[in-house]
Ligand binder design. Structure first.
Ligand SMILES: [Zn+2]
Length: 251
């Protein structure tokens, strides 16, 4: 690539990061977690965000209307991935190398990335947790399955600590740790039973058709670890719970 072209490209990337737009690859409209670009206004910020307001199967939800049901078994096949930590202005995210996946029945979903919210986005009987992790998977047709993990305050968590050690302070930055790896399996609770329901992305464009599996057993993190993440984000980066409407939560 010619250096003039490279310079132009570098400038474009820098400019889009600086403006806070297009960080999550969801169009150009700026959105946030408070004020005039906060969750109550997402639907009106851009035409492609309409589902945030009009959708009937939105996430997160309060996990309260629960029915027992036969569930396809979920098996986890996670390998370690090289550690690169991105602060995209909305969350702190680790992108995953190809080859790690879950099987839901005999359907395979590749692990793409994981990221965090504080406080939690999902609630259980009206109670939020201090933090929630989202492990985002996609099948070969682009259908999404997200594993949610609640974090409660207790012992320090080594896997979280290894990510936090490289957490960039500013939006639009990422930090590579060339000699370090992380395994998403270390973010999961020992007991892998979960609540399942059909929902959406919890960030614009709030697309529906997302299979949610939220782990019942919370994982412990220290008070300091929650505070460190919250301090970097500077705001509560959780979308409020959305109406269940006709949906049921399965367990
Ligand atoms: Zn999320």
């Amino acid at each position: 690539m010619k250096s003039s072209k490279l310079k132009r490209l570098t400038w474009l990337v820098a400019a889009s990061l600086w403006s806070g737009a297009a960080l999550a690859g969801h169009g150009d409209a700026h959105w946030s977690y408070e004020g005039k670009t906060g969750p109550d206004h997402w639907a009106s910020l851009a035409a492609e965000f309409g589902t945030c307001g009009a959708g009937r199967n939105q996430s997160p939800v309060d996990l309260s209307r629960i029915v027992e049901a036969e569930q396809p078994p979920v098996t986890f096949h996670y390998d370690r991935t090289p550690l690169t930590v991105t602060n995209n202005g909305h969350s702190v995210q680790v992108d995953y190398a190809p080859g790690s996946y879950i099987e839901v029945g005999d359907h395979r979903f590749e692990l793409k990335q994981f990221h965090f919210h504080s406080p939690s986005e999902h609630e259980v009987d009206g109670h939020p947790y201090p933090m929630e992790g989202h492990l985002v998977h996609a099948d070969e047709d682009g259908n999404l399955a997200v594993i949610g993990v609640f974090y409660e305050e207790g012992r320090a968590n080594a896997a979280i600590e290894s990510v936090w050690n490289h957490m960039p302070a500013k939006a639009g930055q990422n930090e590579k740790a060339p000699d370090e790896t992380v395994n998403a399996a270390a973010l999961l609770p020992e007991d892998r039973s979960f609540y399942r329901y059909s929902g959406s992305l919890t960030t614009p464009p709030c697309s529906e058709g997302v299979t949610w599996m939220v782990m019942k057993q919370p994982v412990q993190v220290s008070h300091e670890e929650v505070a460190q993440f919250h301090g970097i984000m500077g705001v509560d980066n959780n979308r409020p719970v959305q109406p269940l409407n006709a949906r049921l939560i399965l367990e």
